[in-house]
Design a protein. Sequence first.
Lengths: 178, 160
Amino acid sequence: MWLPDDEDPRTYSNPQGEKATYVEYLANYRLTLGMKCEGLTPEQLATRSVPPSSMSLLGLIRHMARVENNWFQRTAQANGQDRIYWSEDDGDLDFNAVEPSQECVDDAFASWRREIAAAEEWFAGIEESELGRELPIAGRPDEVVSVRDLVVHMIEEYARHCGHADLLRECIDGRTGQ
Amino acid sequence: MTELEALRRWIDDLRAAVERKTDGLTAEQLASRSVPPSQLSLLGLVRHLAQMEHYWFVVTLSRADEPQLYVRDGDWDAQFRDAVADQAVVADAFDTWRAVRERADAVMDRLEPADLEFVWDPDDRIGSVRDALLQVVYEYSRHAGHLDLLREAIDGATGE
């Protein structure tokens, strides 16, 4: 195992109700992705360690900052902001523009933590009865997503990228688990 | 769409993603440990996903007294280690996975929306039916991440 059980920050509290269950799942898989990145240098974080994939752990952090922003800000709150870590010329800027520097690492983690805090603030204000409410999807005219689908999608997105992070990390220093 | 319908749709979508990620490959490719030093293979993961659905839907939610699939004498690594490049092993894995999915669907067909709140072991407060279905979504998603990179390393195929 990676961390002793008593140092694992994740919780398994059997929350009651739909919203509380989503809150715990999301928190746990955000923590899992962060744990997969712990103790590595900027060079290791930026390494594309499972070729030919262009993914890196640092790219995943930038990607999840972008995804959090796209769903919880641009869609859930229709705030009209531009996407982050994205450009017209390069839709994969989150993965492609990764640099093995402390500056790039600090920027990515600061953006990710900022987006998580903003997402948590918005979801805290949602009532259980609102989970079926439909929201227009940013950038996709005529498409809607329910609050429930938005949040379950985020859980699925984190879990899938934690799967990528499992193999990226194992190929960097052999660490597995959690 | 109700919560139960939404969860079932997520599970179906993820099963379909696994079908696509494992489609069109030889037994050797399916069994290859294509991202060393990881011991994971596409075939090992199909066996594990069969075991996972069986555990949640048959052993846990249905309380069936059946041994866990592909786990012999508590040897969990056998799911992955014994996933060898043999057409019979490949056929068994996919047949088993699809058969378990049918049993899982039958379990979900009998659920009513209110059942999601049900805690299946009130003495131990192990968790709700909702939590079990979300665990299945989570398991499929995380392993789909493994499948993404394993498949790309085999033949460059990416995407959904």
